[in-house]
Design a protein around this ligand. Structure first.
Ligand code: SAM
Ligand code: DTB
Ligand code: SF4
Length: 352
């Protein structure tokens, strides 16, 4: 498929964007944004950690890595029933997409039946579904697409050059392989990165180029500001400058104008004014709800106040919800939903 979007950005061009006078950069991003979106609407997702902590990966930014002591309570895979309760709550708060995250290197085969039930159940509630479960092989991506998963989140996080300074338990090309499987499966891609890991501006440009030069742009591009968590190797890294952060949002929008750019982690420590600049730079998606996966996010009431001040409307739910009867029928045919998986996990933990 051909589109009018570019997939051939060079590092020189993107570094030049980063160096533009701020006003010119924001103007260019806002013009690009308005060609594809209503400038006063944001897409709203809610996050839930469905399996928390004890991750075998050593991502230096992450409170859930088993390599660091961050005082986090580990939790096994959440029961399907509980996930659906949280999804119902998210929908009532106004989210249109429910994103389920697991602290895995890759999803274990034995857990896939539970995962599929979560996808089906959340969809039946009338929400879009997104999951982030680590690396996928081709079959897993196909099976998730068949279960009805709408989006798969898999971030590149930083440039290929800086990657090895942040994560040693996988490679940048492992990440790209999973993105290719997700694209081939027909699911939408959600992929972005983190600003504030100690990377250079060239690294920020490098990461965005990798996303923008994919054969098809990710439909969703989350830009996270590092949440510095005590116990992680990056707890004392210098805080990222707000204006520099907004530059990354603007450049992401200019490179991928038809994609939803998400003002993702880090909003808890941002002023209203900084968030307003990020929206002006083309961010049009957020996580709503007082928790991200394990760290705090602004209270819903604060976000609603901010949107009121800015005249921003939240996207409305357009997915048809299943009827009461359909939900009952689904529950009847879903033995995993009500099953308490404690016994199953105790046995597994003993075996490992
Ligand atoms: N384990 C899976 C993976 O890494 O793909 C999924 C969950 S992982 C927590 C999802 C994303 O959260 C990471 O790729 C990273 O971008 C983001 N993240 C994790 N810790 C963060 C932090 N302290 N600050 C900002 N973003 C963070
Ligand atoms: C994304 O880019 N950011 C979200 C979501 N995708 C999965 C996760 C942010 C996690 C922040 C740290 C935490 O709460 O554990
Ligand atoms: Fe594990 Fe994902 Fe955290 Fe890395 S970012 S340690 S893969 S949960």
């Amino acid at each position: 498929m051909t589109d009018s979007l570019r997939h051939d950005w060079t590092i020189e061009e993107v570094e030049a964007l980063f160096r533009k006078p701020f006003n010119d950069l924001i103007f260019q991003a806002q013009v690009a944004h308005r060609e594809h979106f209503d400038p006063n609407r944001v897409q709203v997702s809610t996050l839930l950690s469905i399996k928390t902590g004890a991750c075998p990966e050593d991502c230096k930014y992450c409170p859930q890595s088993g390599h660091y002591n961050t005082g986090l309570d580990k939790e096994k895979l959440m029961e399907v029933r509980k996930v659906l309760e949280e999804a119902r709550r998210a929908k009532a708060s106004g989210a249109t997409r429910f994103c389920m995250g697991a602290a895995w290197k890759n999803p274990p085969a034995k857990d896939m039946p539970y995962i599929f039930e979560m996808v089906k159940g959340v969809k039946e509630l009338g929400l879009e579904t997104c999951m982030t479960l680590g690396m996928l092989n081709k079959d897993q991506a196909t099976q998730l697409a068949e279960a009805g998963l709408d989006y798969y989140n898999h971030n590149l996080d930083t440039s290929p050059e800086f990657y090895g300074s942040i994560i040693t338990t996988r490679t940048f090309s492992d990440r790209m392989d999973t993105l290719a499987h997700v694209r081939d499966s027909g699911m939408n891609i959600c992929s972005g990165g983190i600003v504030g890991l100690g990377e250079t501006e060239r690294d920020r440009a490098g990461m965005l180029i990798e996303l923008a030069n994919l054969p098809k742009h990710p439909e969703s591009v989350p830009i996270n500001m590092l949440v510095r968590v005590e116990g992680t190797p990056l707890e004392n890294v210098d805080a990222v400058d707000g204006i520099d952060f907004v530059r990354s949002i603007a450049v992401a929008k200019i490179l991928m104008p038809a994609s939803n750019v998400r003002l993702s982690a880090g909003r808890e420590n941002m002023s209203d004014e900084l968030q307003a600049l990020a929206f002006l730079a083309g961010a049009n998606s957020i996580f709503l709800g007082d928790k991200l996966l394990t760290t705090p996010n602004p209270k819903e009431s604060r976000d609603r106040q901010l949107f009121d001040k800015l005249g921003i409307n939240m996207d409305e739910n357009t997915v048809d919800e299943a009827s009461e009867e359909e939900m009952e029928e689904f529950a009847k045919n879903c033995p995993l939903r009500e099953r308490d998986n404690d016994q199953y996990y105790d046995a597994m933990n003993k075996a490992s």
